[in-house]
Design a protein around this ligand. Structure first.
Ligand code: ZN
Length: 238
């Protein structure tokens, strides 16, 4: 298909101009010095403080101003849009520390969300990706309803396509003993984590294989405020 310059300039085609930037130009950022294990330990310690009520003050004006020039986030968080699951508070981090990709059900299933994850690793060399599910997730409840109704449950607008990537996890959860939503949340985190770890991921897999990037799953409990990690602290290489 021919794309006329006039059409592009008029914005009538949704082609972002940044798509034509040389990507090498993005790869020069230094990034954090933290290792995957250090980043993991910081998240664990931050959540421990959150559970204990040891809340750090909001970032001071000077440090926020300093971030205007550059950012060096040390973890990428794929988490749910749920208003009760703000990652910066759950992990007691401040401005400029977490690169957050949020959508209902923490799926990273679209090129927009997956590309955002890739961007953080490519540009900022974040050493850790955490896929963070949570208890009582409405998106997983939606996928569970689809499974339990044998597909007759429908949602308006784009909510159905939003729930769709979670349905395989809900199907798998149906075969497990226990609560289907609890199991679905866990299955969904594992599936998203494993997809991000796949050798088919052109941006994520090379640093993952080298051990420069860890990709872990975790679940936040709304009642206890505790984050349970599904993977141990990262070791050197995979
Ligand atoms: Zn949720």
């Amino acid at each position: 298909m021919q794309i006329s310059r006039r059409a592009m300039l008029a914005g009538s085609l949704a082609v972002p101009m940044t798509a034509f930037l040389p990507l090498r130009a993005w790869a020069d950022d230094h990034g954090t010095d933290l290792t995957p294990a250090q980043a993991y330990a910081k998240l664990v310690a931050g959540n421990d403080d959150f559970v204990a009520g040891k809340l750090r003050p909001a970032a001071d004006q000077a440090s926020i101003a300093g971030l205007a020039a550059a950012q060096n986030p040390w973890a990428t968080v794929v988490c749910c849009s749920d208003s009760r699951v703000p990652p910066e508070l759950i992990f007691q981090t401040g401005f400029g520390e977490l690169f957050v990709v949020r959508n209902a059900g923490n799926t990273a299933a679209t090129s927009q969300s997956l590309g955002s994850v890739e961007y953080s690793v490519y540009k900022f060399h974040t050493p850790l990706i955490i896929v963070l599910g949570h208890s009582k997730c409405g998106a997983v409840e939606g996928a569970t309803a689809v499974v339990q109704s044998n597909g007759s449950a429908v949602f308006p607008g784009s909510i159905g396509p939003m729930v769709e990537p979670i349905v395989p996890a809900a199907l798998a959860a149906r075969t497990l003993p226990g609560d289907p939503v609890v199991n679905g949340v866990r299955e969904n985190v594992i599936r998203v984590r494993d997809r991000l770890r796949s050798p088919e991921q052109p941006v994520l897999f090379p640093p993952y294989r080298r051990g420069d990037l860890a990709i872990v799953g975790a679940i936040y409990d709304l009642d206890t405020r505790h984050v349970t990690f599904l993977d141990p602290i990262p070791s050197a290489a995979h």
